[in-house]
Design a protein around this ligand. Structure first.
Ligand code: NDP
Length: 249
C-alpha cells in the first residue's frame, strides 16, 4: 500500500478524489488544486497517482496520493484516514471511480455486471460510509458523486451500467434528504474523453463506443463543473449538474 500525503500550511478545502489516476478524476484533481484546494488522489494504479500528484505540486498545488480500491471498505477507510491524519479534516469527497464494460444482457457477462455493481455502487457507498462519521463530527462536508447521463436514460448494451448510475442518483438524493449539515452533488457527464472505453471486453461494442467518443468533450469540462459546486458558499448546495457534448443526442 502506497501512502504519500503531503502537508503544508495552505488553507484550501481538503478534497479527496477517487479514480484520480486518469480521465475525469485526474482532471478534477488538477483543477481543484489550481483553485487552491488540497487534494488527495486515490485509485489502484499508484504509479499513475504519484505522477499526477507530482505534476500538481510542480505547478504549485498541494497534493498527495493513496492507493485505493473502492470495492474494499477498509481500503476506502484507510484512504480517508490518511487524508485526515495529514490535514486534520475532510471537507469534500468526490466519488468518481467507475467502470463501464457495456454489453448486451444476453451475452451474460455476469462477472462484469458484478464488477460494475461493486465499483459504481458499492464503491460510492463505501466512500459515504468512510466520510460520513467524519463530516457529521465536523458538522460540515460535501459529497460529490459522479453519475452519468446513463443515470437519466437507458440505452441498449448499457442496462447494468445505467442501473448503477440510476442507483448513484438515488443514493445521492436519499443522502441529501437526510442531511442538514452536508452538501450533496451529483455530476452527470455525457460523452467525455477518458480511458473508460478501454474496459469494454466486447471488441465490437468497444469499437461502437470509441466511434461515439468522436464528439466527446474534455475531462476538464466535468472537472470545472465539480470545482463550481465545491466553490459555492456553505449554504448553497448544488444538487445536480448534467454536462454533455452539444452534439450528443
Ligand atoms: P477512466 O477509466 O479514465 O477513469 C476511471 C477511474 O476509476 C480510474 O482512475 C480508475 O483507476 C478508477 N477505478 C476503477 N476501478 C477502481 C477501483 N476498484 N478502485 C479505485 N479506483 C478505481 O474513466 P472516466 O474518467 O471517464 O470515469 C470517471 C467517472 O465518470 C466514472 O464513474 C464513469 O462512470 C463516469 N462517466 C464517464 C463518462 C465518459 O464518457 N467518460 C460519461 C459518464 C460518466 P485505477 O484503474 O488506477 O484504479
Amino acid at each position: 500500500m502506497t501512502t504519500t500525503v503531503q502537508s503544508d500550511s495552505r488553507t484550501g478545502k481538503v478534497v479527496l478524489v477517487t479514480g484520480a489516476s486518469s480521465g475525469i478524476g485526474e482532471a478534477t484533481a488538477r483543477l481543484l488544486a489550481a483553485a487552491g484546494h488540497r487534494v488527495v488522489l486515490g485509485a489502484r494504479r499508484a504509479d499513475r497517482l504519484a505522477a499526477v500528484a507530482e505534476k500538481i505540486r510542480a505547478d504549485g498545488g498541494t497534493a498527495g496520493h493513496h492507493e485505493l480500491d473502492v470495492t474494499d471498505l477498509e481500503s476506502v477507510r484507510a484512504f480517508v484516514g490518511a487524508a485526515r491524519e495529514s490535514y486534520g479534516r475532510v471537507d469534500v469527497l468526490v466519488n468518481n471511480a467507475g467502470v463501464m464494460p457495456v454489453a448486451l444482457l444476453e451475452a451474460l457477462k455476469v462477472d462484469e455486471w458484478n464488477r460494475m455493481i461493486d465499483v459504481n455502487i458499492r464503491g460510492v457507498l463505501h466512500g459515504i460510509a468512510a466520510v460520513l462519521p467524519v463530516m457529521r463530527e465536523q458538522g460540515a462536508g460535501h459529497i460529490v458523486n459522479v453519475a452519468s447521463v446513463a443515470g437519466h436514460r437507458v440505452d441498449p448494451t448499457a442496462a447494468v451500467y445505467c442501473a448503477t448510475k440510476f442507483a448513484v442518483r438515488a443514493i445521492s438524493e436519499g443522502l441529501r434528504q437526510e442531511s442538514r449539515d452536508l452538501r450533496v452533488t451529483v455530476v452527470s457527464p455525457g460523452l467525455t474523453s477518458s480511458e473508460l472505453t478501454d474496459g469494454i471486453s466486447d471488441l465490437g461494442m468497444r469499437a461502437v463506443a470509441e466511434d461515439m467518443m468522436a464528439i466527446a468533450i474534455p475531462a476538464a469540462a466535468i472537472g470545472e463543473a465539480i470545482v463550481y459546486a465545491v466553490n459555492q458558499p456553505a449554504e448553497v448546495d448544488v444538487n445536480e449538474i448534467v454536462v454533455r457534448p452539444t452534439a450528443q443526442s
